[in-house]
Write a protein that binds this ligand. Structure first.
Ligand code: CP
Length: 350
């Protein structure tokens, strides 16, 4: 069964094909490729972009999306095998995934870490349980990585810069009042190195490094693509000559579950904000962020609203690439064709 859990599992050509498919959907948004199909969107966490773009994207393709929030409007779920279910959960993922597979053609899951124990969270149990017990393809809508965001990001960068190989890319940690998920940062490292860029992970100190799994993927990708990957704690040299600045905040992994101890350390690094002074050191760098983003905390108004900011383009691309992912997983050609569009135009005018 082919799933979309991580980009690292997919060949680069297939990722580029999905991005190209997304570009063609951008030209002709309404296209009945998935008429009669359905997708269950399971949200264990809040969302604005992901929920809206999947729901509208499915609608554009003639498919129906069902949104479920386990523990709120759907039964709370159990994910451990062989347990006595005498706590909160009313249903096991074994039945939930099997039942949804009988109603739906696709299942998509958003399940952030619980932020208490990284060794537990890094197993990505909820997503993997759905992949194991579903008989239809499963899509990761953000767990400990965010692969849909990765493709939207690359699509927006390609639109502005063309070929990305060798481009100087900086993923910078930024301050935030709360510890946040490392998913987008993990994803940014993997996809930027996958596309052969010269990638710098800029973070305050070693405690803010990402999980070794993603650092090692980034090193391996950089070797394979003849790109580069390095870690820096120096703001000036990281920004110097950068062509892309991607901002993200995340909680320091050694402090998972002990956030009161991490906060005073994190609070020393508010100066990691992306501002005009730092952007002036770059080679007219493109700026982006996955959103949502607290203004004047992670980046200043001037940076977010500048001509070089692609935050809205990247967000818009989410819908386009997700349409292509849904089609690809269901074996439907991703490109639009003009005949069908003419038929639609004709149908709507008669
Ligand atoms: N970038 C992103 O996934 O946005 P939401 O959390 O609003 O879905």
């Amino acid at each position: 069964m082919k799933h979309f859990l991580n980009t690292q599992d997919w060949p680069l050509d297939d990722l580029q094909a999905v991005i190209d498919g997304g570009k063609s959907f951008r030209g002709i948004p309404v296209h009945p490729h998935l008429t009669g199909k359905s997708i269950a969107l399971l949200f264990f966490n809040p969302s604005l972009r992901t929920r809206t773009s999947f729901e509208i994207g499915a609608f554009h393709l003639g498919a129906h999306a069902v949104v479920l929030q386990p523990g709120q409007d759907a039964w709370p779920l159990e994910f451990e095998m062989g347990v006595i279910m005498d706590d909160e959960a009313e249903e096991h993922v074994q039945e939930a995934a099997s039942v949804l597979s009988r109603y739906c053609d696709l299942i998509a899951v958003r399940a952030f870490p619980k932020f208490m124990n990284w060794q537990e969270d890094r197993q990505d149990k909820i997503l993997n349980a759905f992949a194991t017990h579903s008989s239809v393809p499963v899509i990761n809508m953000e767990t400990i990585t965010h692969p849909c965001q990765e493709l939207a990001h690359i699509m927006a960068l390609q639109d502005r810069l063309g070929d990305l190989k060798g481009r100087k890319y900086v993923l910078t940690w930024t301050w935030h009042p709360r510890p946040l998920n490392t998913a987008v940062a993990n994803s940014a490292l993997m996809i930027a190195t996958r596309f052969g860029m010269d990638v710098t992970l800029l973070c305050p100190d070693e405690e803010f490094l990402l999980d070794e799994r993603y650092l090692s993927n980034a090193r391996k990708n950089a070797l394979e693509t003849e790109g580069a990957f390095q870690v820096s704690h120096d703001i000036e040299s990281s920004y110097d000559g950068a062509e892309i600045v991607y901002a993200k905040s995340w909680g320091a992994i050694p402090y998972f579950g002990r956030w009161d101890e991490e906060k005073p350390k994190r609070d020393r690094y508010k100066h990691f904000i992306v501002d005009e002074c730092k952007m002036a050191m770059t080679n007219e760098a493109i700026f982006s962020h996955c959103l949502p983003m607290r203004r004047n905390v992670k980046a200043t108004d001037q940076v977010i609203d500048s001509q070089n900011s692609i935050v809205l383009e990247e967000a818009a691309n989410r819908m386009h690439v997700q349409k292509a992912i849904m089609c690809d997983l269901l074996g439907v050609p991703m490109t639009t064709n003009t005949h069908t569009q003419k038929d639609l135009t004709h149908a709507s005018s008669t």
